[in-house]
Design a binder for this molecule. Sequence first.
Ligand code: SF4
Length: 344
Amino acid sequence: MTTSPRAADPANQDRSDNHDRSAKRVLLAKPRGYCAGVDRAVITVEKALETYGAPVYVRKEIVHNKHVVETLRERGVIFVDETDEVPEGALVVFSAHGVSPAVHEEAKRRNLRTIDATCPLVTKVHKEVNRFAKEDYDILLIGHEGHEEVEGTSGEAPDRVQLVDKPEDVDKVEIRDPSKVVWLSQTTLSVDETMERVDQLKERFPDLQAPPSDDICYATSNRQFAVKAMASECDLVLVVGSQNSSNSKRLVEVALQAGASDSHLIDYASQIEESWLDGVTTVGVTSGASVPDVLVMQVLDYLSERGWGEVEEVTTANEKIAFALPRELRKDLRENPDGPKGVR
Ligand code: SF4
């Protein structure tokens, strides 16, 4: 496998012009894979295992990736759906997607020790909900029904938040004062689709206010932009990610909308079907924000074994964002740097 990085400029057709159209190649999106929020959440659980010893309870999947969840489970993590499955007084980590105040209260009531691994960019949206609810706004939250992040965010002010998922939801919205309505969003949506929904909402509510800053996070939009930059050159785009990962699923949709002939979401290289590669010369590869790069490397190995050894990295952004670990964990790490503490 040979790799050569090249900065992508969507307006610049150099890559496709210079490429021998019959030669097999892979275009590898950058940025791809782990974002700062996922990295922080996974390290939080790993450090919790090292600091307190197994088992560590985690409410919901810490991040939406099968491989990550299985690996942590093997190391002693017990994933639960709700805090009432955690033994009284035990330690529980809240996932990157965030939880509602009701979950915090329930944990407190049951005397659980908690570490909150909610991504700071999700927390930012929670704070926006609180602020607009206090100012008595109706809040239209654009997001996917049933997604954990949406449940947590709505839970900040359930009486004030209405979920707008599908186009037909726009007509169902009821507000009290058309001059006091704001839209906010889930962090992992398609940028383009969200703006379509906002335009629809604006037709009904011309005074609709926008979030103070983008709710769709940098990682989601950067990964979508990278896929867009290469999709039109690709006969096939393989997106590594899990079925329950919102941002990974959006990458498949964005690839197809941006001109890829075909696109599939896979957890592992072993899920690639040989028939997908029939008649394909250029394969695009990317991964969702909860995907460790080792899984992408396995896809590249799979493709290399079948003649797609030439890999060109298409770089549209260099990410340097990192988040500090949760405060409650940092404190215990400082006090107990050498391992299991036996507090539970
Ligand atoms: S995708 Fe965005 S909001 Fe979600 S964990 Fe990553 S950085 Fe945070």
